[in-house]
Ligand binder design. Sequence first.
Ligand SMILES: Nc1ncnc2c1ncn2[C@@H]1O[C@H](COP(=O)(O)OP(=O)(O)OP(=O)(O)O)[C@@H](O)[C@H]1O
Ligand SMILES: [Mg+2]
Length: 258
Amino acid sequence: MATKIITVANQKGGVGKTTTVINVCHGLALLGKKILALDFDPQGNLASALGVKQEMGIYYLLTMGQNNKQERQFIHQTVRTTGRDNLWIIPGNQDTRGAQIDMSTRERPVSYVRQVLDLFMKYGLDYIVIDTSPSLGGLQERALWAADLVIVPTAMEYLSNQGVIKLAEILKVLDEKYRWNGKLLGILPTFYDDTTRQSRDSLNNLQEAFGDLILPIIHRATVLRESAADGQSIFEKDPDSRAAEEYQKVVKAVLRAR
Ligand SMILES: Nc1ncnc2c1ncn2[C@@H]1O[C@H](COP(=O)(O)OP(=O)(O)OP(=O)(O)O)[C@@H](O)[C@H]1O
Ligand SMILES: [Mg+2]
């Protein structure tokens, strides 16, 4: 199977992007899929939440990765093990911002991230999964264009679907104007709370707007917050929890996607 690229994005902050990347990546890795996770967010949370040190790996990747002549050495210098079978990461840190500026100064094409990721296409990886920051700039746009599949986590609160609609519009532009080859895998309702009307209303609105594209919901769960703080995935922290069961369903949806 060719390596598939998955980008997890929503310009809104704190909606569960990083949590989704960690748990989908580790869920896939536990099923024997080989995964490389990339932290495109200058906050560097992905590494921390996996218990890995923040580093300027993404800076190197985005400024020096294209047509790198010392490929093996470059990969060795940027890719880190996570201490888990089948799961590797290129960590990021605040220097990723510099790479972002460099990218726009050099007017890199919309295909730039995809081109850079060509580096990793011959190592038998099943998925490369990109975590993105809560904004909509050139880097996010290029990470979306690079994707075969896009997942958009969205918190169940009033107006949460505004951001999702905006993102869906961007995907449409990438498709129509820049011949994007990927597709929206789905919108992932997060922070769902059975006791509030707000959650139900938000989900209804999303279902009306996006129908089949709504993925199985993730409830608000303290254990998800705790697992991130402990540098663990939910499958390590509490594999019997409802949250683990819910993320497992998302993993299955990824496996089914063509
Ligand atoms: N379903 C959930 N229930 C409870 N807490 C959650 C849930 N999902 C994520 N969290 C916690 O909420 C916070 C924000 O989640 P996360 O970092 O995944 O969001 P994000 O979209 O990546 O944020 P940012 O936009 O800042 O990158 C974290 O502390 C995380 O552990
Ligand atoms: Mg994040």
